[in-house]
Design a protein around this ligand. Structure first.
Ligand code: DER
Length: 231
């Protein structure tokens, strides 16, 4: 039972939450890709929805499927966002940003009445942090910002290396918003809520990948089938 099959199963389960006329946020990543794919088939069958993509990558996929798209400014209130996650814990706190889309994902998720995560069951963790925490930072002052992130993290008991993300070609990764992403290899996070608050206070930090109190539910799929946490 492959991880891809699990992702598709979770995506199919999330599709049951979609009703005609809904305003949807479309997530980014390989699991969200399955959701957009399945949604496209329903749109081809006549489903009436209007969607806001969380990345240029998702926009391109949705356009190819003739999914009706709108900007977040023209649809500032969404009914439902379906998106993936790199990790989720028992309190539905998330680490996101593996795909570099965390800023638009968090804006769209928090503009939605409900944000639902779809994930392979391997994303479930007891403690967040095995996955390096992505942080979107301004190009201006990168070194200063990294130094502040390190000091802030240490104050919450998290330590480790902070690495500016690079593309496969070894160039600096640039987000859809023209910013850099740094990956924080802190390991287990003793206090995600406090770390989230402190990271948000650093001037050069645009947004970070800790999604606290954002997800209403997680649809998790694995060899044992689908499990839904929250509602
Ligand atoms: O980058 C992101 O936030 C993605 O949603 C990521 O968290 C999950 O990506 P995956 O579905 O490819 O594992």
């Amino acid at each position: 039972f492959s991880s891809d099959a699990a992702k598709r199963l979770a995506a199919a389960e999330a599709l049951k939450l979609v009703a005609p006329g809904m305003r949807l946020g479309l997530g980014t990543g390989s699991t969200a890709r399955h959701f957009v794919d399945l949604l496209g088939a329903r749109v081809a069958g006549g489903l009436d929805v209007i969607c806001v993509p969380t990345s240029e990558q998702t926009r391109a996929q949705a356009e190819q499927l003739f999914i009706p798209l709108a900007t977040i400014d023209s649809v500032p209130e969404l009914d439902l966002t379906v998106d993936g996650a790199d990790e989720f814990d028992a309190r539905l706190r998330l680490i996101k940003g593996g795909g570099g889309a965390l800023l638009r994902e968090k804006i769209v998720a928090t503009a939605s009445r409900r944000m639902i995560v779809i994930a392979d069951s391997s994303k479930q963790v007891k403690t967040l942090g095995a996955f390096p925490l992505p942080v979107e930072v301004t190009p201006f002052g990168l070194e200063v910002t990294c130094r502040m992130i390190r000091a802030t993290a240490e104050a919450t008991g998290a330590t480790g290396s902070i690495r500016p993300r690079q593309t496969a070609g070894g160039k600096a990764f640039i987000s859809d918003n023209g910013n850099y992403i740094v990956d924080c290899h802190f390991g287990a996070l003793p206090d995600p809520d406090e770390l989230a608050r402190r990271l948000s206070a650093i001037p050069g930090v645009v947004e970070h990948g800790l999604f606290i109190g954002v997800a209403k539910a997680v649809i998790s799929a694995g060899p044992e089938g689908v499990e839904i946490f929250g509602r």
